[in-house]
Ligand binder design. Structure first.
Ligand code: GDD
Ligand code: MN
Length: 370
């Protein structure tokens, strides 16, 4: 009898865990991915762009990164770069100075902080500086992320619409195919959500903001706030925070990938736990269609990983009681982990979210190793 109940529970959790994201994905892919943007897009739109590049020990990439910005198909007179370096010990700031000497035709400023206080604090420091004032668009990026040469050009046009306040690029990884399969899946989801209204998960390697709007409503400053909470906060204010599919960023893989993904998961979880409250506290919250997207993504991020964990534990228990269906399901799961890459990435992501959730009780990872 007990076994029967456990059996029903195990399969209900597994069923929900799998069907909710699959139905959501196919719904988005069928109805929204091919839809129009419902945005008034003006081509040949060249707003003044300020690029903020926070760095900590980026000697390996900084030169190449600045070259990559320089090589954008965008009028150089409308680009300004601010590098904010937080006490790098590997000569990053000397390399920036060298680059400045060799590229006098581009407007670039180096700000040096003596102490490392994390990326969020560095970015907020720059944003509070009056140097930001004369720009229309503020772009955040990472030193190890490289943009497609048309990235700024393609991105700028979306800002011609008055409702668009944040635009993020789609991510591709250099030399890692499995990662790309998984990314494509997410890119479709994020772009589709953006066509409905906004997506609550954004990509720090390229995220652009309308300066006027962030000046008016501010940005989240709670510990652990990041790309996604910036976007969600602005979407809660009623503006669009979108991921577009004609702007690409290539990210290099470095450091321990598991550690990095757990930290990313921590920040995404903090977004879902804190940003809506923060928007209400700041009295900028407006109810829009974004609320529905938020709730589904909230479920997928905060709740759904636990469903997988619970059903796996129950399934293991049933397997011990020699339940044939449970044993068969576990074997099927194990085989899928080996042969079905997307499934493997999915399960790993659930594990990162679980670890991230627990790790948040101890630290919000405001400062991190590579
Ligand atoms: N100024 C400053 N101070 N910059 C920093 C600091 C700091 O304390 N810590 C990191 N950075 C810079 C890095 O030099 C890099 O340019 C950028 O912030 C992103 O850091 P990475 O070490 O490359 O982290 P990632 O690849 O995992 O970044 C992703 O996750 C982060 C959140 O966990 C990206 O999406 C980031 O945009 C995101 O903030
Ligand atoms: Mn990085």
């Amino acid at each position: 009898m007990i076994v029967n109940k456990v059996f029903i529970l195990a399969f209900t959790f597994l069923f929900l865990h799998i069907t909710v994201p699959i139905l959501y994905y196919y719904y988005l892919k069928t109805y929204w991915y091919p839809a129009n943007w419902n945005i008034s897009i003006k081509n040949n739109f060249y707003p003044k762009i300020l690029i903020i590049l926070p760095t900590f020990n980026e000697a390996d990439y900084i030169y190449k990164k600045l070259d990559n910005i320089r090589n954008q198909d965008y009028p150089k007179t409308n680009i300004k770069i601010i590098v904010i370096d937080s006490g790098s010990t590997d000569g990053t700031s000397d390399l920036v100075k060298k680059w400045m000497r060799n590229n006098k035709d581009i407007n670039i400023i180096l700000i040096k902080e003596n102490k490392r206080r994390g990326k969020l604090k560095a970015v907020l420091t720059v944003l509070s500086n009056k140097l930001v004032k004369d720009s229309d668009i503020v772009v955040l990026t990472d030193a190890d992320a490289f943009w497609d040469s048309k990235a700024l050009l393609n991105l700028a046009k979306y800002f011609s619409d008055p409702t668009v306040a944040v635009v993020t690029g789609s991510i591709a990884y250099i030399n890692d195919n499995s990662e790309n399969i998984y990314r494509n899946f997410y890119n479709i989801v994020r772009v589709s959500e953006s066509k409905i209204h906004s997506t609550p998960i954004h990509n720090g390697p390229l995220q652009a903001f309308k300066r006027e709007i962030i000046e008016k409503i501010g940005l989240p400053t709670f510990a652990g706030a990041d790309d996604s909470s910036f976007a969600s906060y602005i979407a809660f204010a009623g503006f669009r925070a979108i991921q577009v599919d004609d702007v690409f960023v290539y990210e290099v893989q470095r450091g321990n990938p598991h550690q990095r993904k757990i930290r990313r998961a921590q920040h995404v979880i903090l977004n879902f736990l804190l940003t809506k409250k923060y928007a209400k506290k700041k009295k900028i919250y407006k109810r829009t269609n974004f609320e529905i997207i938020w709730r589904i993504e909230w479920f997928l991020t905060i709740i759904n990983p636990w469903f997988l964990l619970i059903s796996s534990c129950l399934m293991a228990y049933l397997a011990f009681t020699s339940n044939v269906v449970a044993i068969f399901t576990l074997i099927l799961g194990a085989l899928s982990l080996i042969f079905f890459n997307l499934f493997k990435m999915w399960v790993f992501q659930q594990i990162y979210l679980l670890f991230g959730f627990i790790k948040n009780f101890f630290t919000r990872s405001e400062i991190w190793e590579k």
